[in-house]
Design a protein. Structure first.
Length: 703
């Protein structure tokens, strides 16, 4: 049975009734749909928020990692700076007098033997091939050995370089008065200054001076010096003319790289200069590195300093010329900064001491009520001054001397004994080329042909012990043989027949190559067959002979000595000190027996070549004590003698010699009038008495 329910309702206008059929559940479905849409909207928003949050967290995590990495990198960089500063401070404490790139503060950060391909270019330029000062990476590891990071440091001495923001001279004629750093030679287009052309140098100045090509503003006295310079009798602009019209206007001093005026500009780095090369093509690679080694933008000293108390710039004061008031003001300003003296009275005394120390009037100076103290000269000799003496005796490889008394001589090392064992070998022999003249046993002869010979780096069957190890170090520090050290010597080749040798004259040498003369094809063939053969044994005989010291009876012969600076087991001076070197004559009037069967030989040559360069002939006279030198003293010459030889020469004209890793290098050459001039039969012994070469010892004094 079907039931229908009918609702009848009156019409709104009362005209009758209508009929409507209404489902009972429709409103619930609508509400559920609306709720579902709301839930979906909320979930979508939440999903978007979650996604955004995830993205933000990822970004924040990445930023955190970057921040941590940056902090670690900064910490490594700071530790690198602290490492470098610690070594520099240590160097100041241990050796404040000088700096050298072989010291620990430099070598700790350098590539050891050759340029590392992965060496960082810290100054923006790759290391040039063969540059030993290339920086290297230093790796930092944790306690477990895990790699944490790495750093590299490059230390360069900027003080000895030419500052491209201050040097302005392009010739020696522009260096007239020394009135400013602008007189420093930028380049002369040749061998002085930077290794660049004068056109390149002009481009540098044009860049610095701007569009008007003048320091500051052209035609304007930017630093207000015209009135002073007009009549000061100084060539202020170093142009060769003193007090010319408008002197003081457009002067080089008007260019100030710290505060460029008008259209001037300053170089921020050496790399900027590399873009000014002539032709419009910037320098690249090795050329940039070369300029970086010679130029800088940092090494300029101001002629003024900032006075913190007065809050103004003041001119620097020359202690040797400053007035009493100027020095007083300077000392007080220094005391205000460093507070080294609390009493004003003692400051006055210090100023008076400075003035008294520099003057020559032997009168006490006063500042206020305080007196100075004149400089005091002491005539006592300081006993413990670091001087020592070593004899250049014939110490061979098997000497029983310890390393503190072992004097190395290359003439012995390369002519070490009379057998083929413990010898040197030839690595290569070149082709035939032209000959030349050479002294052979004191006789000038002409060699028709020559060839180049290269020795092996290492000795064949070298001796064990410290001597050979030290020899390798000495040769490395010297860069090989000094040029022409072996000129006029002989290359000795073992011919394989018993113990006989073939002698070939040496026309000259480079650090690792000999130029050997010969006159026959047979000699060349024997020489050419030496490398790789069983008879490959070679030596060099420079005719210097061992004895109580060493001597040579032939002209034009050189030898090289290396004297250890540590002359006692209990004395350990720094390896690279400077020394004054004296060559002592020890033959006096005694006889020496010659290896050449003639003699006896007595006396000495008063002249010796002690300039340290075998390629340049020079003559230095033995030092002499004259009666006039003893004037106003209580000493007298014996028997009224007017002059007396002091039996010594000053090496390098009394210039200090720098030791190299514990050894003082010395190179001597006999004079052309020495001993056997014209050969062993060319000079009578009566003449040889007067011109025999020195038998030398070496006395060195620490400086």
């Amino acid at each position: 049975m079907t039931m229908h329910t009918t609702f009848t309702a009156p019409r709104a206008d009362g005209a009758g009734a209508g009929h409507a059929h209404m489902p009972a559940r429709r409103p619930d479905r609508v509400r559920r749909g609306v709720a579902l849409l709301a839930v979906l909207a909320v979930l979508t928003i939440l999903a978007l928020m979650a996604a955004a949050f995830a993205v933000l967290m990822t970004v924040a995590t990445a930023a955190g990692r970057v921040s941590i990495t940056q902090m670690q990198a900064e910490a490594l960089a700071k530790s690198a700076l602290e490492h470098a500063q610690a070594l520099l401070r240590q160097d100041v404490a241990e050796q404040p007098g000088w700096d050298d790139m072989t010291e620990q503060w430099a070598t700790a950060f350098q590539v050891g033997t050759a340029v590392d391909d992965a060496a960082p270019a810290l100054d923006g330029m790759p290391a040039a091939p063969g540059l030993r000062a290339a920086p290297r990476w230093l790796y930092v590891r944790g306690a477990s050995g895990t790699l944490i990071g790495r750093y590299a440091v490059m230390l360069q001495d900027e003080a000895g370089k030419i500052n491209i923001n201050s040097a302005a001279a392009l010739s020696a004629q522009q260096q007239q008065q020394g009135v400013g750093t602008f007189e420093t030679l930028l380049t002369d287009g040749g061998m002085r200054g930077l290794p660049i052309s004068t056109e390149f140098g002009r481009n540098i100045l044009i860049h610095r001076y701007g569009r008007d090509r003048a320091p500051g503003q052209r035609g304007v006295d930017d630093n207000n010096t015209a009135a002073q310079y007009a009549a000061d009798e100084i060539d202020n602009n170093a142009n060769g003319v003193v007090d010319e019209p408008d002197e003081g206007v457009d002067e080089p001093e008007e260019y100030n790289p710290h505060n460029p005026a008008w259209d001037d500009c300053a170089f921020a780095s050496v790399q900027e200069m590399a873009g000014l090369a002539p032709g419009g093509t910037p320098l690249r690679g090795a050329a940039r590195q070369m300029l970086r080694n010679y130029s800088t933008v940092y090494s300029r000293t101001r002629d003024a300093y900032y006075d913190d108390t007065a809050r103004q710039w003041r001119r620097q004061i020359n202690l040797n010329a400053g007035s009493r008031s100027q020095i007083t003001k300077m000392v007080r300003a220094a005391n205000d900064t460093a507070h080294f003296e609390p009493m004003a009275q003692r400051l006055q005394n210090l100023v008076a001491n400075v003035i008294d120390y520099r003057d020559e009037n032997h009168v006490l100076s006063t500042v206020g009520s305080e007196y100075g103290v004149e400089a005091v000269c002491f005539n006592e000799i300081m006993a413990n001054d670091g001087s020592f003496t070593l004899e250049a005796e014939g110490t061979g490889a098997d000497s029983d001397l310890d390393r503190y008394n072992f004097v190395h001589r290359l003439g012995i090392w390369y002519n070490i004994d009379g057998t083929k064992y413990r010898s040197w070998t030839l690595a290569s022999v070149g082709g035939i080329s032209g000959g030349g003249r050479v002294l052979s046993n004191g006789v000038s002869i002409m060699m028709q042909h020559s060839t180049t010979v290269r020795f092996d780096d290492r000795m064949y069957r070298p001796p064990s012990g410290f001597a050979y190890t030290d020899l390798r170090k000495i040769l490395d520090d010297a860069g090989g043989w000094p040029a022409d050290l072996w000129k006029n010597s002989f290359l000795k080749l073992w011919s394989g027949a018993g113990a006989s040798f073939m002698y070939l004259p040496i026309l000259g040498n480079t650090p690792d190559t000999l130029q050997v003369g010969f006159n026959s094809d047979a000699q060349y063939q024997l020489l050419h067959a030496m490398p790789g053969s069983v008879t490959n044994a070679a030596r060099i005989d420079n005719l210097w002979r061992p004895g109580a010291s060493t001597y040579c009876l032939f002209p034009g012969m050189s030898d090289f000595w290396a004297f250890p600076t540590r002359y006692d087991a209990d004395v350990n001076p720094p390896d690279n000190l400077y020394y004054f070197v004296y060559i002592g004559e020890q033959n006096f009037n005694d006889n020496i027996n010659s290896d050449w069967g003639t003699g006896p030989w007595k006396g000495y040559n008063r002249l010796l070549d002690v300039d340290g360069d075998p390629t340049r002939s020079s003559a230095t006279e033995m030092e002499v004590l004259r009666a006039t030198d003893l004037r106003d003293t209580t000493m007298t010459m014996p028997d009224g003698t007017a002059a007396m030889d002091l039996l010594r020469w000053s090496y390098l004209d009394k210039k200090p010699v720098r030791a190299q890793r514990g050894f003082v290098p010395v190179c001597l050459t006999t004079r052309p009038d020495t001993g056997f001039v014209g050969g062993t039969r060319g000079t009578p012994s009566s003449t040889a008495f007067k011109n025999k070469s020195s038998r030398s010892a070496c006395a060195t004094g620490a400086w």
